[in-house]
Write a new protein. Structure first.
Length: 320
């Protein structure tokens, strides 16, 4: 039974204690979701609930600890092999962290930027690679067995022309149709590619299906230092510790190259922004998705707003 909450950063809140009394909160897979469904709580109460079992005096402490241990072992139970979780401090290292991390279930590399032609026309682009783990160690020995799926999205915006075009590719890794090197930055999905050579990252992708006929061939130089999100590179996305990712960005990467629209090649320059993320578990049942908004100001300020949405349409407290 909950007797008291004493959180060093927020102090004692007896109103929260009264609301939580007699609830075996920590025994539930997601105690916060239970409370949201059964009794509305003020945000400060929810934060106190997530403070951790070490700060809560409850009956059946052994059961609580075992329940959380089961959550930490979920990757073994669900995937038949050990998959890493983003629960440790991340010491950012460009050479290591730009490469693939196959021991995590999901990772992404998202490049986006603002580009300008010599005549002043403005363009935007995004090239995003996502690796989604399907089976950590497939039982089928065939090269066709699906360990990972790669989803890659390409988009270009013509600001003056008020036009947006996009394309997507999905391929498996086993037969080399798509992949990500664990040794260096090399991503591919069919003939779409990201590759780093020394300090230059090259992006190549084009789509000619359904009359779209657009693409990019860009060179990105190293911009500002890597910026880690969350606490020391661990971005907590939910109540359970397992629901987190390693997440960092690299803004203001000087960019030059070519963009094509309707088969016409346009020389462009500008800056790009990289979002890099890897982890194993992200959203909880009460969460429905997320929104990310980034903006770069003329004074050199770079801003990111990250919102996690709950199923009822409200904003989750784990948003940054």
């Amino acid at each position: 039974m909950l007797r008291s909450i004493d959180h060093p950063a927020r102090g004692r809140d007896r109103g929260c204690v009264a609301l939580l009394r007699d609830r075996r909160l920590a025994l539930l897979p997601d105690g916060r979701q239970f409370l949201q469904q059964h009794e509305p709580l003020r945000p400060e109460c929810l934060r106190l609930v997530g403070a951790g079992v070490a700060e809560l005096e409850v009956e059946h402490r052994d059961e609580v600890l075992e329940a959380r241990a089961r959550e930490r072992r979920f990757a073994v139970e669900r995937h038949g092999a050990r998959i890493e979780a983003a629960q440790h401090r991340l010491h950012l290292d460009v050479a290591r962290d730009q490469a693939s991390h196959p021991d995590y279930r999901v990772e992404q590399w998202a490049y986006s930027g603002n580009l300008f032609a010599a005549d002043g026309r403005r363009f935007g682009y995004q090239l995003k690679f996502v690796r989604a783990g399907v089976s950590f160690k497939p039982e089928n020995p065939s090269r066709w067995a699906v360990r990972d799926l790669f989803v890659t999205q390409l988009a270009v915006t013509d600001v003056e022309g008020k036009r947006f075009v996009s394309a997507e590719r999905i391929n498996r890794s086993g037969i080399n149709w798509a992949g990500a090197s664990p040794d260096d930055l090399h991503l591919w999905n069919d003939d779409w590619e990201v590759r780093q050579d020394k300090n230059t990252v090259t992006l190549r992708a084009a789509d000619e299906e359904n009359g779209r006929n657009f693409g990019i061939e860009l060179s990105l130089e190293q911009g500002r230092s890597l910026v880690a999100h969350g606490e020391e590179g661990v971005f907590q996305k939910g109540f359970l510790p397992i629901n987190a990712s390693h997440f960092y960005s690299q803004p203001r990467m000087p960019t030059h190259g070519f963009l094509s629209l309707d088969g016409k090649q346009i020389e462009v320059t500008g800056t790009s922004w990289l979002d890099r993320e890897f982890g194993t578990s992200f959203l909880e049942e009460a969460q429905s998705g997320w929104d990310v908004f980034t903006i770069q100001l003329d004074d050199g300020t770079d801003l990111m707003i990250y919102q996690i949405r709950l199923a009822d349409g409200t904003r989750d407290e784990y948003s940054i």
